[in-house]
Design a protein around this ligand. Structure first.
Ligand code: HEM
Length: 380
């Protein structure tokens, strides 16, 4: 942005700041006024969308009685980059289309990346931060290490965005858009992605270890999902992401060989035909081979549809955490509902659940920062 334009926006913001402080003082004594809220909204939108360093975004005003009035946190919006980087969303979707044309396994990588980002400290791109001396980041956590894919592609796309609009598009928004656009590119549902997330400054290995594990049962999984505000239906629906993607054999090996320490046994809750097929795909000593978690269809692992749920009903879920979804009457009812071959029921529910997941614990306004590189905090 030109420095004259920047200076005048700075001036405008300073004027607003003093007006807001004044309004804040008044609001402590009278009911909230529309004018004050409008002023605040303009202020926050302008300040955050132009990404002015040290912009005077204020979140509290002093009351004349000595108390403090806290302005509500700005919300995500559909048109967040319309002024600050109008090309951003088109650039991202074009880039993703090209990537997915070359490699249709990528949507799975990006959807999972968003899940692992949002379930740990909210959707703040903390999952992308590299470890620094004295701090091991989420990437070192068991669910992420040697497991997440496509991370370098986030960096590449971020670098392209930095060329057109430096310091504007957050890595957290980028993750959300890459997930949605890539899923759409393979014929999955489209859903609304509101924007304006800010990037976090903290990333801790131990927190990533609290992500759900493939060896967990229904109640442990539900505990994990409900602690973040998801009900059992949303848990089943989101698990439907396993309709695409690939897993290392190590996550299913314990169900295929010497199950419960019984020599030669496989998990009796698995369909025997599926278990035998999986044994061929995943020989005992090959824990690092990949398999498509949903083997159905013409392009296993690359077709997003409701067949995941039909597989569960035939005892063909890959992980314990998949199979367990049909282990309670409540879970089974959700799976049955989603299993409809038309896809529409699943697609609609999945879109809604992804919207909700994408808004978990987001930071907005002046919170956090917009990283210049997704792997490292600014100033490091
Ligand atoms: C219910 C709890 C869940 C557990 C225990 C779980 C566990 C796993 C595991 C172990 C893998 C294989 C990783 C590897 O081999 O390196 C995987 C892959 C995957 N998960 Fe989940 N997951 C869960 C829920 C979800 C949710 C909610 C989503 C997204 C909304 C998701 C999306 C994916 C995708 C797309 C893949 C394939 C990734 C790829 O191909 O790179 N998972 N999951």
């Amino acid at each position: 942005m030109g420095s004259r334009k920047e200076a005048s926006i700075q001036q405008f913001l300073q004027l607003l700041e003093s007006k807001m402080a004044e309004e804040g003082r008044r609001m402590c004594m009278r009911p909230v006024q529309l004018l004050a809220l409008a002023t605040m909204a303009v202020h926050l939108v302008v300040a955050s969308s132009y990404q002015i360093e040290n912009s005077p975004v204020i979140t509290q005003a002093e009351c004349s009685d000595g108390g403090r009035f806290t302005f509500p946190k700005p919300m995500l919006t559909a048109d967040f980059y319309n002024h600050s980087c109008p090309e951003a969303t088109t650039q991202i979707s074009n880039y993703i289309k090209k990537l997915v044309k070359n490699d249709s396994s990528l949507p799975a990588a990006f959807i999972r990346l968003q899940f692992h980002d949002c379930f740990v400290r909210g959707c703040d791109a903390s999952v992308l931060l590299h470890s620094i001396p004295g701090n091991e980041s989420e990437l070192e956590g068991i669910p992420n290490k040697n497991s997440l894919r496509g991370l370098h592609l986030v960096d590449q796309l971020k670098a392209e965005l930095e060329d057109i609009c430096p310091g504007v598009v957050s890595c957290a928004d980028l993750i959300a858009l890459m997930a949605r656009d890539s899923l759409q590119a393979i014929g999955g549902p489209s859903y609304r992605v509101l924007l304006g997330r800010r990037d976090g400054m903290i990333s801790l290995k131990d927190e990533a270890n609290s992500l759900p594990s493939p060896f967990q049962n229904y109640s442990a999984l539900l505990h994990s999902f409900s602690s973040l505000g998801f009900d059992s239906k949303e848990m089943a629906v989101l698990s439907g992401a396993h309709s695409i993607g690939f897993s290392h054999c190590r996550f299913i090996a314990g169900r295929l060989y010497n199950f419960s320490r019984q020599v030669g046994a496989f998990d009796p809750t698995l369909d025997p035909e599926y278990a035998h097929r999986m044994r061929k795909r995943c020989p005992p000593d090959r824990s690092d081979v990949f398999f498509a978690m949903d083997p159905s269809g013409k392009h296993p692992g690359r077709t997003f549809d409701s067949s995941y749920f039909r597989n569960l009903l035939r005892n063909r879920g890959a992980f314990t955490s998949d199979s367990t979804l049909t282990s309670t009457p409540e879970g089974r009812a959700h799976v049955l509902e989603m299993a409809s071959p038309q896809n529409t029921v699943f697609f609609e529910a999945f879109g809604k659940a992804m919207e909700k997941m994408g808004e978990l614990g987001v930071m907005t306004g002046a919170e956090g920062e917009v990283r210049k590189r997704c792997t490292i905090r600014n100033g490091f």
